[in-house]
Design a protein around this ligand. Structure first.
Ligand SMILES: Nc1ncnc2c1ncn2[C@@H]1O[C@H](COP(=O)(O)OP(=O)(O)OP(=O)(O)O)[C@@H](O)[C@H]1O
Length: 258
């Protein structure tokens, strides 16, 4: 079953073309990695899936049972803001219309505790949010995103600014969640992440699917090893070299096709 289908997707910001004819489906239970250069359109793709951006052409269809949880990129926040971890996670339960002095249900409170136990962060419940490390903060944001019982979890760079040990913890935590939830993760840490992934999708305006038997339309790497696969498989090539070689190859192939 496809939880999300992306068809003929084009997104423009005024004259800037961010996505150009992106086509792929996301299957239930997948652990999908999204990679690509800065400004390649990864966040735009995620925001379009979340319905925050209107496509210029084509679109995204979600299965009627799809419930998406979202962990945004961690930007700077006011570390002095007086709120505890438990309270932050609970806000994931807020209804669409919040009344003054909104009181959380008993079930909501129990769910917060259960998810914190599941993610092994229960001891942080009363901790002020400003006292957390980068890795702890990411786990709290993941816990918060689980409050609406999603069957698809989308994470935008959940290991940015996180040390290597915490990064490994977060990937393992996601692997565990993946036993019941489809995971879509944008990450620049492809090497560390690739052992966990079923598929990798490279986005630079267009999409190219890796480690999969169902290439996207417009795929040009058939019968030839892709530079991104060289990189993922540990060849001596940097990530940016792999991206550039990939784009060059694709450009040449589309020239040949025309
Ligand atoms: N609100 C916006 N208005 C205008 N242009 C935008 C806007 N958001 C993104 N863009 C442009 O769209 C393109 C894709 O940006 P996007 O943020 O989706 O890329 P990204 O792959 O997520 O980049 P990064 O890895 O740096 O986060 C870029 O050229 C960017 O400058």
């Amino acid at each position: 079953m496809n939880v999300i289908q992306i068809q003929n997707l084009h997104v423009n910001y005024g004259k800037i073309q961010a996505l150009d004819n992106v086509n792929f489906n996301i299957k239930q239970g997948e652990f999908l990695g999204i990679i690509g250069p800065n400004g390649g359109g990864k966040t735009t793709l995620i925001k379009t899936i979340l319905g925050m951006i209107e496509p210029s052409k084509g679109g995204v269809t979600t299965h009627e049972d799809t419930v998406i949880g979202y962990v945004p990129q961690l930007t700077t926040f006011d570390r002095k803001f007086p709120i505890t971890v438990g309270e932050v996670i609970k806000t994931g339960h807020l209804p669409k219309r919040v009344m003054p002095f909104y009181k959380y249900s008993k079930e909501a409170n129990q769910h917060v505790l259960a998810v914190m136990e599941q993610l092994d962060i229960a001891e942080l419940f009363d901790r002020q949010i400003g006292q957390l490390s980068g890795g702890q903060m990411q786990k709290v944001l993941i816990a918060r995103s689980l409050m609406n019982h999603p069957n698809v979890l989308i994470l935008d760079e959940p290991t940015a600014g996180v040390d290597e040990d915490s990064r490994a913890h977060i990937f393992k935590m996601l692997q565990q969640l993946n036993t019941s939830i489809t995971i879509i993760i944008i990450s620049h840490n492809i090497t560390a992440l690739s052992p966990y992934l079923d598929r990798i999708i490279y986005i630079n305006k267009q999409a190219h699917v890796h480690s999969d038997n169902h290439p996207t339309s417009g795929d040009v790497m058939e019968g030839d090893m892709c530079p991104i696969d060289w990189f993922i498989q540990g060849e001596k090539i940097t990530k940016n070299e792999a991206y550039q070689a990939h784009d060059q190859k694709q450009k040449m192939a589309s020239g040949v096709r025309k």
